[in-house]
Design a protein around this ligand. Structure first.
Ligand SMILES: [Zn+2]
Ligand SMILES: [Zn+2]
Length: 368
């Protein structure tokens, strides 16, 4: 089969930066050492560039999960140039295609079905989809954002200034330009590259599928640590407009915390959040499916399956009742007497729901 043209510039760029980061930087560290200011700058720039991708390119521009003040958008544009992952317009356009055609080997630009290497970096090494390279029709909204377009038009010099100029300036202030360039420039660039590439590769093969199995995306708490919270990728692929990826408070999702922080400072607004009921319902549906598959092999499958279906329906009903009551209580805010009543009712229904949920868990554990 005829293979697409190799993009030599990308091949050379990725090879040289990677080789430099694994050989030159450690060698320089052994011989000259790195001081505290260099390490500190390294960590600050790791988060600044990485979270401009996750908070800016991804959750703000690709998915419109919230609105951000121009100051924040300018910071994201600069951080995105530092991350060297192409312009926000280009990145978001690719990413929207990824969501729309996830796992489709012809359309998804980094389809996980084409293997780990391809989804991690291989997709950037050959000209796989030349026909839509500069086609930004699926990102017309972003073309109205002057900050996005300013970054897009000036991407190359911005990226070079942020990746070479900034470390050199900081190194000059600190008294050693080369060490700063190697650690906060080169090492940081390669590390953030591969950590964010993991979201397309590892987060589509390693982890659990609590919300959907209609695509390869996985939830993986460990991966969240490397990806600024984007390891909860199974959740993300079903509820892509939610500003969170890790939805529980204990989920490590620094991007979510940053967005919340911006909102507290009035630098972000309209944070979108999927109703809890929808999330619970998706989870229950997956549990039903798993249990059905396991039970189907048992000798008394028919009877168990109908029992299972019955339990599921009951639980769904409790879930709906509880959230309906909760919503009514919220809507009655201000009308004191009514509000109190409704809150009591919601609390009771919540208890019923949790009771039924326990029953469901015991039942599915027993039969499967
Ligand atoms: Zn994905
Ligand atoms: Zn996404």
């Amino acid at each position: 089969m005829h293979k697409p043209r190799i993009l030599w510039l990308n091949v050379i760029f990725f090879t040289l930066t990677f080789t430099g980061a694994v050989i030159w930087v450690p060698w320089h560290g052994l011989v000259n050492g790195f001081d505290a200011a260099e390490w500190l700058t390294f960590f600050v720039l790791v988060f600044a560039s990485g979270m401009s991708i996750t908070g800016g390119y991804h959750r703000l521009w690709s998915h419109k999960a919230y609105k951000a003040h121009p100051i924040v958008r300018v910071l994201y544009a600069l951080g995105g140039a530092l991350a060297f992952q192409n312009s926000a317009l280009h990145w978001a356009s690719d990413h929207r295609v990824h969501h729309k055609h996830v796992d489709d080997n012809d359309k998804d630009p980094y389809s996980a079905n084409k293997g780990f290497w391809f989804s991690h970096i291989g997709w950037m090494l050959r000209e796989y989809q030349p026909e839509r390279y500069s086609d930004y029709q699926n990102a017309r909204d972003l073309q109205n954002d002057p900050i996005v377009m300013w970054q897009h038009r000036n991407y190359l010099w911005l990226a070079l200034t942020m990746n070479i100029g900034l470390p050199l300036l900081l190194g000059w202030l600190n008294g050693d330009m080369l060490s700063m360039l190697l650690l906060a420039g080169l090492m940081r660039l390669v590390l953030v590259h591969h950590c964010t590439f993991f979201i397309n590769s590892l987060a589509h093969v390693w982890g659990s599928q609590p919300y959907t199995d209609r695509n390869t995306a996985r939830d993986n708490g460990f991966l969240a640590i490397l990806t600024y919270g984007e390891g909860y990728h199974n959740f993300h692929h079903i509820f892509e407009h939610d500003y969170r990826n890790g939805i529980r408070w204990w989920h490590y999702d620094p991007t979510k915390w940053m967005i919340k922080g911006f909102a507290a400072l009035r630098l972000a607004s309209d944070l979108r959040q999927v109703p809890e009921e929808k999330i619970e319902s998706a989870k229950l549906q997956m549990q039903l499916k798993h249990t059905q598959n396991k039970v189907a092999r048992l000798p008394n499958a028919e009877q168990l399956l109908s029992q299972l279906q019955h339990e599921y329906e009951q639980l769904k009903q409790h879930l709906t009742d509880y959230y309906r009551a909760k919503k009514a209580a919220l809507e009655a805010k201000g009308q004191q007497l009514k509000e109190q009543d409704l809150h009591q009712q919601a609390a009771l229904l919540q208890q019923n729901f949790y009771q039924q949920l326990r029953r469901w868990r015991q039942f599915t554990a027993r039969i499967a």
